[in-house]
Design a protein around this ligand. Structure first.
Ligand code: ADQ
Length: 458
């Protein structure tokens, strides 16, 4: 069996213990195949000239890291990936900036990275490319003569064709995507969107076995819903640090029920709508005001970008307003913490929370939803309130599914979660738990790699 070669914008940091989740899963995949290479951006931004790839060996895995210039970072990462692809893939065409120059830099970074990566490849290798930063990497590897298998996994949603085609260069991206042999999406919905796009805009034919014939190539597109390391999360929730953080929080909230939300501060996560819905629940239910506390953890991400600063300001104002309406000398209804916490602390908090509020406006999967389920006490599980627009909703159908734009509906479901009898909580949770432990992160990567081994170039 050949080596596994993983390409992702950011890699795990060589030599630094992994915190869990995806980083551990991909490193395990490399180890399981007896070694390989993890290729990506070093995280460093240089003033002018770039160096080649720097290699760091860790056991039988090589980390191959390349730097970006200032201009590349601005065009490829901030400009095209963050300001055009991210909003369009999350149905926010209104927030997208289509800058011709940024697309060119995006293309040139994919070209340069493709060249660097192709120099590391050996004939029997299998390549697995991750996410929207590298939509053109397959095409570049082919240009450099690589004929072996290339898989691609998209962590974010693939939007409906009507939205994807807003990207002025969508046809170039489509050609690039067709150079992968296997395209993995989070959900059936994303896969169907991609198929429909290829059929309606590029005359693709869908073969009997589901493969897609387009641009003279035959490719596979399938759903591979990403999972979480469910057993580890459960163990962390019951571990020393998990229990200690739950106890610390428990002392502060006293006998009030805890509702928890954990997100990156990003407009796709629906934070404003979520806080509004919680405020509405307090407006509508006087008796709840003394009985519940909402803890929202949302560390700022990509702070340099204006949109994120606006979001932060709006969130601060909204939380402040609700708190000034409903706080008392000894109570604060919403605790908003703008910082990240280690997984063991989060796991402990999840287990303490009577309801997990995961209400993105759009999300590829959303692993917080699965981590919340994994961390629950089987004898007294909390209730997951989940957006129907999170990829996770396809698997987690016994959560309380909500439309995050429907403030009154979310408010009613928060209340329903808090009042749900133990029997119903257990019943719903058992189905969810079965799904997150069976379809965990190891299941995800094995399924993808097995399919990639079968999807040799045709
Ligand atoms: P993200 O948008 O980052 O990832 P998500 O799946 O919610 O979204 O979280 C990824 C990881 O980050 C989880 O392990 C979670 O616990 C952690 N995390 C999130 N918020 C945190 C916080 N406030 N503090 C500490 N840790 C936090 C993208 C896609 C998702 C998809 C993942 C994986 O946008 O839809 O689920 O990739 O494919």
């Amino acid at each position: 069996m050949g080596r596994l070669i993983i390409a992702s914008n950011r890699t795990a940091t060589p030599g630094v213990p992994r915190a869990g989740g995806l980083a551990v899963a991909l490193k395990d995949a490399l180890d399981e195949r007896g070694g390989g290479v993890w290729f990506g951006w070093s995280g460093e931004i240089l003033d002018r000239e770039t160096r080649g790839v720097r290699l760091f060996a860790e056991g039988n895995v090589d980390f191959a890291l390349a730097d970006l210039t200032q201009e590349e970072h601005e065009g490829y990462y901030l400009g095209y990936a963050n300001d055009a692809l991210w909003p369009v893939f999350h149905y926010r065409v209104d927030l997208a900036r289509f800058d011709e120059g940024a697309f060119e830099v995006y293309e040139s970074v994919n070209r340069r990275f493709g060249r660097l990566l192709s120099q590391l490849l050996r004939p029997e290798d299998v390549v697995w490319v991750h996410d929207y930063h590298f939509l053109l990497l397959g095409r570049e590897l082919r240009h450099n003569g690589w004929r072996g298998p290339i898989g691609f996994f998209l962590h974010v949603p693939f939007p409906a064709p009507e939205v994807f085609t807003a990207l002025p260069h969508h046809y170039r991206l489509a050609h690039g995507l067709a150079e992968f042999d296997l395209l993995g999406f989070q959900t059936k919905r994303d896969t169907a969107n991609f198929r429909r796009y290829m059929v309606e805009h590029h005359g693709a034919a869908v073969l009997e076995d589901g493969r897609i014939r387009v641009f003279g190539r035959t490719i596979r597109a399938e759903a591979f819903p990403i999972g979480t390391d469910a057993e580890d999360i459960a163990a962390l929730a019951m571990g020393v640090q998990g229990v200690a953080s739950a106890q610390r929080l428990g002392r502060i909230i006293e006998n009030r029920a805890l509702v928890v939300g954990v997100d990156r501060l990003d407009y796709s996560k629906g934070l404003l709508q979520k806080v509004q819905a919680f405020g509405r629940m307090l407006d509508d239910n006087e008796e709840m005001r003394e009985r519940v506390t909402f803890l929202q953890i949302a560390p700022p991400s990509r702070e340099t970008v204006e949109t994120y600063q606006d979001l932060r300001d709006q969130l601060d104002r909204l939380v402040g307003r609700i708190n000034s309406d409903y706080s008392d000398i000894d109570t604060t209804p919403i605790r908003y913490l703008a910082r990240g916490y280690p997984r063991e602390v989060l796991a402990g908090i999840y287990r303490l929370a009577r309801a997990g509020l995961v209400t993105p406006l759009y999300d590829g999967m959303n692993l917080v939803a699965k981590e919340y389920v994994a961390a629950q006490d089987p004898e007294d599980p909390g209730v997951l309130v989940l957006s129907e627009f999170a990829g996770a909703a396809e698997q987690l159908s016994t959560a309380l599914l909500v439309n995050p734009h429907d403030t009154a509906g979310v408010a009613a479901n928060i209340r329903r979660a808090l009042e749900m009898p133990l029997d119903e909580r257990k019943e719903r949770w058992q189905v969810l738990h079965e799904a997150v432990t069976r379809e965990d992160i190891a299941w995800w990567r094995r399924r993808f790699l097995d399919a990639l081994d079968e999807a040799r170039p045709a």
